[in-house]
Design a protein around this ligand. Structure first.
Ligand SMILES: [Fe+2]
Ligand SMILES: [Fe+2]
Length: 260
């Protein structure tokens, strides 16, 4: 069975609803193994509630807005956290690793509070101090730091752990018109156009087929598909490598046609 993670704004059909129910049902009935029970620690809720995290993400979002980038605030952080947790859980990873995936994904863009350039690296160091204060152990901090620092392809990032791979896939698949902040469609740049053209984006994971699919609906009246590839090809290569790290193939489906 293929699991589906719906994005905000995605259209939900009956099939999607059925998948969601299956996912919830499985989560509710999952029993912790003794090893998992031992590996409990602070959760995403502790991160979300931390005043430094809230302030830095809010400020990072304002600063990326000031230099013309798409939305990078709590909506993006929550979408990525849900996506990373979903990918790892769908592939059968243990509960604590799924939680670390969600935490790393939530924090992955926090470095934009310093500068856009090298925000992966600065974000990893900001996260280290916060995670340490919240009582995470250093093995977990190291995993989260590596995932944050390696999420951008143009900063030399690549998948270096299962958590890192899940963060990359969740981040790069968050393409949606709700992220565009420029109110004037006539002054859209190519990034605005491609994001605005995306009316639906879903991650689908088939554990049986070992396949992770990014399924997009693009309004080609807003942006031709060539523009999507022009700015996203390097991201798709990063996603393919991330999927391979999770022992899966990566597929890109746009408007019901498989392109990769
Ligand atoms: Fe980023
Ligand atoms: Fe991001």
């Amino acid at each position: 069975m293929t699991e589906t993670a719906a994005r905000p704004g995605a259209e939900h059909g009956e099939a999607a609803a059925a998948d969601t129910q299956a996912k919830v049902h499985r989560a509710e009935t999952k029993t912790k193994t003794p090893a998992e029970a031992k590996r409990e620690g602070p959760t995403l809720e502790a991160i979300r509630g931390d005043h430094r995290v809230r302030t830095f993400i809010r400020s990072a979002n304002a600063q990326t807005g000031a230099i013309g980038y798409t939305e990078h605030g709590e909506r993006h952080a929550n979408t990525c956290a849900d996506g990373a947790r979903f990918i790892l859980r769908s592939l059968g990873h243990e509960a604590r690793r799924c939680e670390l995936g969600a935490i790393a994904a939530y924090l992955h863009d926090i470095g934009n509070v310093v500068t856009r350039e090298k925000h992966g690296q600065t974000g990893a160091l900001i996260a280290k101090d916060i995670l340490e204060d919240l009582g995470f152990d250093f093995e977990e901090i190291a995993t989260v730091m590596g995932a944050i620092a390696n999420h951008e392809e143009d900063e030399g990032g690549t998948a270096i752990s299962a958590v890192s791979a899940a963060v990359i896939l969740a981040d790069k698949s968050d393409v949606h018109r709700s992220r565009v902040r420029n109110p004037k469609t006539t002054s859209f740049d190519i990034h605005d156009r491609v994001n605005y053209a995306a009316t639906s984006a879903e991650i689908k994971v088939s554990r049986k087929e070992k396949l992770i699919t990014l399924d997009l609906t693009i309004d080609t009246e807003v942006a031709p598909l060539m523009e999507y590839f022009e700015i996203f090809l390097s991201r798709m290569v990063l996603c393919r490598r991330a999927a391979e790290f999770l022992h899966c193939a990566f597929a890109l489906v746009i408007n019901n046609t498989r392109l990769l």
